[in-house]
Design a protein around this ligand. Structure first.
Ligand code: ATP
Length: 283
């Protein structure tokens, strides 16, 4: 039996850093939601006890460095499974873009193997396992709008955002999350108003949501790559109600309520930026 899993990208409605922990990680508070831009994961059972990964990408390795491979490895080890799987990945989410593609692939493998091998492991436990792979994996295992705390492993579900369109623009640069966190300076930040975003979600208040989007890593990435600011300015000027960089960037997204306006902004940005997408929020 071949099994399919969708691995959707995420955007950050907020990204706040509260401090540095003794274990070297940052203490974060991030509100994220999933969008309709997904990788496709196929899981094929193998007769031999091994993990194969195949995908067509210049940027992503198909060996044990792939987060999907790591997910399968940790799942097999944790539950003592002596079976093999071939993971086929069809990538649509841009790589190193701040959209959590690798984490989502890993999470989809955890969810998929749980089904393939009829393990019935609760989502909470799968998410805890995912935390060993990467900070965004627990969120991706849950796959819905949520706030992630700690180093990303403490997930609390939130209401999904009000219905809207998302325009994504990714400049032609890859950003290393590690570099951005290393350059982040705790002494000069303005914290986003996380509680206001939560109440905007609870009230389904689109304008309040747009007015409170915030990401403390934005200025760090913009300092390294000023073109990100130009895209942000374009996105605002074109009429997006809320504009923010997702994760450590460089992707900038804009939120718009009406489809006609979203399509106008999308078409305008296509002349300015190579990779532009128009999607809906999955929530
Ligand atoms: P993050 O902010 O969590 O680092 P991102 O969205 O900015 O995520 P990804 O697309 O997840 O970035 O890729 C980050 C790195 O992870 C890249 O160097 C990539 O080669 C590596 N990677 C490993 N496995 C995968 C995968 N399945 N898909 C994408 N990237 C992967």
């Amino acid at each position: 039996m071949v099994l399919f899993e969708r691995a959707p990208a995420k955007i950050n409605l907020s990204l706040d850093i509260l401090g540095k922990r003794d274990d070297g990680y940052h203490e974060v508070e991030m509100i994220m939601t999933t969008i309709d831009l997904s990788d496709r994961i196929e899981l094929h059972p193998l007769d031999q006890d091994r993990i194969d990964v195949s995908l067509e990408s210049r940027y992503v390795p198909n060996d044990e460095r792939n987060l999907a491979f790591k997910a399968a490895q940790i799942f097999k080890t944790m539950y003592n499974i002596e079976k093999g799987v071939h993971i086929k990945i069809e990538k649509s989410i841009p790589v190193s873009a701040g959209l959590g593609g690798g984490s989502s692939d890993a999470a989809a493998v955890l969810r998929g193997l749980n089904r393939l091998w009829s393990m019935n492991i609760p989502t909470e436990e799968l998410a805890a396992l995912g935390a060993h792979i990467g900070s965004d994996v627990p969120f991706c295992v849950h796959n819905s709008t949520a706030i992630a705390k700690g180093r990303g492993e403490r997930i609390e579900k939130l209401p999904s955002p009000p219905s809207c369109w998302v325009i994504l623009a990714k400049p032609n640069i890859g950003v290393s999350t590690r570099t951005i966190f290393q350059r982040f300076d705790m002494s000069c930040i303005t914290h986003p108003s996380t509680s206001e975003i939560i109440s905007a979600l609870e009230e389904k208040n689109f304008i309040k949501l747009c007015n409170n989007l915030g990401n403390v890593l934005e200025s760090v990435t913009i300092k390294l790559h000023p073109e990100v600011q130009q895209i942000k300015d374009r996105m605002k000027y074109a009429g997006s109600a809320g504009v923010l960089m997702s994760g450590s960037g460089p992707t900038i997204y804009g939120l718009v309520q009406h489809e006609n306006k979203a399509r106008r902004i999308y078409n305008g940005l296509r002349g300015f930026c190579e990779e532009v997408y128009i999607v809906r929020i999955l929530g």
